[in-house]
Design a protein around this ligand. Structure first.
Ligand SMILES: Nc1ncnc2c1ncn2[C@@H]1O[C@H](COP(=O)(O)OP(=O)(O)OP(=O)(O)O)[C@@H](O)[C@H]1O
Ligand SMILES: [Mg+2]
Length: 369
């Protein structure tokens, strides 16, 4: 017996048939019980209880106690008096099919995934100018988190970035890229990502990469949102390499991020575009933090750049030695005491201390009507 399985006590066969199909779509295994006594066995442990009208009547007659997450299901139109009966049992809601199918699939998927062990954190990385180092830094953060034992999801949101798989030296590895993803349901389980995407393992932790593929369209905003939320629900460190062009896809990542960083070289023109980007973010309610990458050919200081952009300076980094060569060879491994790793650690520390982005994607049974 799996304690995560929702319980369904549904006497109406046509309704039960529909529910089983929805459960299959949600990747959820339902435990079917035939009567109120059997329902009582799982009453306190089931994450979700689905009942039809006959079942509600039987549960009330058997005086089953009120509990959270009871959902009463009926075919449309809702039978008269059903809501009253459902109230007697303390049900959270009455839903009618087929209208509530998308809601039920979400609720079943939530139940199947179980409670999140710890909610994940989302980082968005932006470059102040082309070639600022955003993609390299995104991969460096992913690898640093993996080394620290965190499950990590690295998402390439930039269709013109050449593919994060190339930065990681993983372009020949099997597994899906963005054009292979079919995310029509608006929701995906982290387990499906782990199965279908290229991964890197270290001890018990793994980093999963969803890369662009140098062809086709870039990811749609909804698809980016669905993947980010899958990683967050699974408690992962989610790192998004965001395009500089702030389109709907870029905002899908930034709006969900707990921390947004702008990487800027210590040059006058990059400092100007960093300030421009910071302002665009601020207009949408996001205060970014700045990472300044040396060298500074004109002696421009990191704190001056941050002050002119009006954002906090998160950290600075010297150029990573031998980086261009290792990227060309496809064996990029930031040195463990090198500037990239140190900046990545500072960013992960900041991400860990920051309060979660409120109200983003935390499934709540009552939140969906
Ligand atoms: N930390 C670093 N130290 C030294 N050189 C770097 C660093 N980061 C990036 N570079 C150099 O800059 C190049 C561009 O880096 P990267 O692709 O990460 O930039 P980007 O901001 O993602 O660019 P794009 O605008 O194409 O998305 C690298 O190939 C490398 O040569
Ligand atoms: Mg890039």
């Amino acid at each position: 017996m799996n304690a995560n399985r929702p319980v369904a006590y549904v006497a109406d066969e046509a309704l039960l048939d529909d529910l089983l199909k929805l459960a299959a779509a949600a990747g959820c295994d339902l435990e079917l019980v035939p009567d109120a006594s059997a329902a009582r066995q799982r009453w306190s442990s089931a994450p979700l209880v689905l009942l039809d009208q006959t079942a509600v009547t039987a549960c009330v007659a058997q005086s089953l106690p009120t509990r959270a997450a009871i959902v009463v299901v009926a075919a449309d139109p809702e039978p008269p008096e059903l809501w009253k009966q459902a109230m007697e049992l303390g049900a959270e809601r009455v839903v009618t099919l087929p209208g509530a199918e998308p809601w039920l699939v979400n609720a079943l998927a939530d139940a199947a995934e179980g409670p999140p062990s710890n909610s994940g954190k989302v980082l968005a990385v932006l470059g102040a100018r082309g070639g600022a180092g955003a993609s390299v830094f995104s991969v460096a953060v992913g690898l640093t988190a993996l080394k620290a034992g965190d499950n990590t999801l690295l998402i390439d949101c930039d269709p013109r970035g050449g593919g994060l798989d190339v930065v990681l030296g993983a372009e020949t590895e099997a597994g899906f890229r963005w054009p292979d993803m079919r995310l029509s349901a608006g929701r995906i389980a982290a387990a499906s990502l782990h199965e279908s995407l290229p991964t890197r393992r270290r001890g018990n932790a793994q980093m999963t990469l969803l890369s662009g593929a140098r062809k086709g369209e870039g990811p749609a905003p909804d698809a980016v949102a669905a993947v980010i939320e899958a990683g967050r629900r699974a408690g992962e460190v989610v790192v998004c390499d965001v395009p500089r062009q702030l389109d709907a896809t870029a905002w899908a990542a930034i709006d969900r991020a707990d921390l947004t960083v702008i990487i800027t070289p210590a040059e006058v023109r990059a400092a100007i575009t960093a300030a421009q980007t910071a302002e665009e973010l601020a207009n949408r309610g996001t205060t970014a933090q700045l990472i300044v990458r040396g060298p500074s050919p004109g002696g421009l200081r990191a704190d001056e750049i941050a002050a002119s952009a009006g954002v906090p300076l998160l950290t600075t980094m010297r150029p990573e030695p031998q980086l261009a060569q290792s990227l060309e060879r496809g064996d990029f491994h930031p040195r463990s005491k090198g500037p990239l790793t140190q900046a990545a650690r500072a960013t992960l520390t900041e991400l860990a201390t920051i309060r979660s982005n409120p109200g983003r994607g935390h499934g709540d049974l009552r939140a969906v009507s």
